[in-house]
Design a protein around this ligand. Structure first.
Ligand SMILES: NC(=O)c1ccc[n+]([C@@H]2O[C@H](COP(=O)([O-])OP(=O)(O)OC[C@H]3O[C@@H](n4cnc5c(N)ncnc54)[C@H](OP(=O)(O)O)[C@@H]3O)[C@@H](O)[C@H]2O)c1
Length: 251
């Protein structure tokens, strides 16, 4: 069960090698999280992540999970919930793709959309159902500011995040009053391996800052979290710019 401050004792991460997810897990383990499930594609990286968190004192298990194989989600994630209550699910998997390449390779673009959107619809619904059956828990979804308004430079990724964001908001409304809380997290540019090859954007932040914002959001039982917080105002302005102006911005 969560403590009086809304922090989880048990955590399930979907996308178990995500740098943002692992920074969040480290932070929560330092508070009171004792059990962690890392769901992800089997790899030495996933095993290393589990070993690292074990070293911090948590009981950590891994489970094979592929966002691109929705038919397997019920079985893989059902196994986790069958082992005991999960206080928090962190939906952290995602892929940026390569916009220039993917515009010329529709199958690759579809993989971005299927990973970030339909993979999340499927696994999100499986987890939401399990949390609802428990009667408590938080589903924390890593969306992105990229979903707020599609940009020329990354509209394939951005549109998948827009779908994910809308899905998570609707799911949060559907679960309102059930004891299950859905929190949508919208980071801007975060310095991780996902963005390592990109020029740094204004207001760039770190996985640790996202982790701190997630903790604060859980304590407040927030529905939406921007990281950094200033992006809420920036995006509100950008969202309302006329297309002809927005198109010319160097974003
Ligand atoms: N970095 C940013 O600037 C930023 C900004 C806003 C939002 N976000 C979002 O935050 C989340 C975490 O990103 P991050 O920065 O921590 O990136 P990351 O370290 O590259 O993590 C991405 C994760 O997604 C997993 N993944 C990719 N495809 C998968 C699939 N088919 N099935 C299962 N797992 C899959 C990866 O697993 P493998 O180890 O198997 O590849 C990895 O665990 C993503 O949803 C991302 O879109 C990131």
């Amino acid at each position: 069960m969560k403590d009086a401050f809304g922090l989880p004792q048990s955590l399930l991460v979907l996308g178990g090698t995500s740098e943002i997810a692992l920074a969040t897990a480290r932070r929560l383990i330092a508070r009171r999280t004792r059990t962690v499930w890392l769901a992800g594609r089997p790899s030495p990286g996933l095993d290393r992540a589990a070993e690292h968190l074990r070293g911090l004192g948590a009981e950590v298990r891994t489970v094979a999970f592929d966002a691109l194989a929705p038919a397997t989600h019920e079985g893989a994630l059902g196994k986790v919930f069958a082992e005991g209550d999960v206080d928090m699910v962190l939906l952290a998997f995602g892929t940026l793709g390569d916009q220039a390449h993917d515009e010329r390779d529709p199958a690759a673009a579809v993989r971005v959309a299927q990973t970030n959107y339909t993979g999340a619809v499927s696994s999100g619904l499986v987890c939401a159902g399990a949390l609802q059956a428990q009667g408590h828990g938080s589903l924390v979804v890593l969306s992105s500011v990229a979903g707020e308004r599609a940009r020329r430079a990354n509209f394939i990724y951005g549109s998948s995040k827009a779908g994910l964001d809308a899905f998570a908001q609707g799911l949060g409304d559907a679960l309102y009053g059930t004891g299950v809380h859905v929190m949508v997290v919208r980071p801007g540019f975060v310095r991780t391996r996902m963005t390592a090859s990109l020029p740094e954007a204004p207001l760039a932040t770190t996985p640790e800052a996202v982790a701190a914002a997630v903790e604060l959001g859980l304590r407040r039982r927030a529905e939406t979290v921007w990281v950094p917080g200033a992006l809420r105002v920036v995006m509100s302005a950008l969202r309302h710019l006329p297309r002809a102006v927005f198109r010319r911005l160097p974003v």
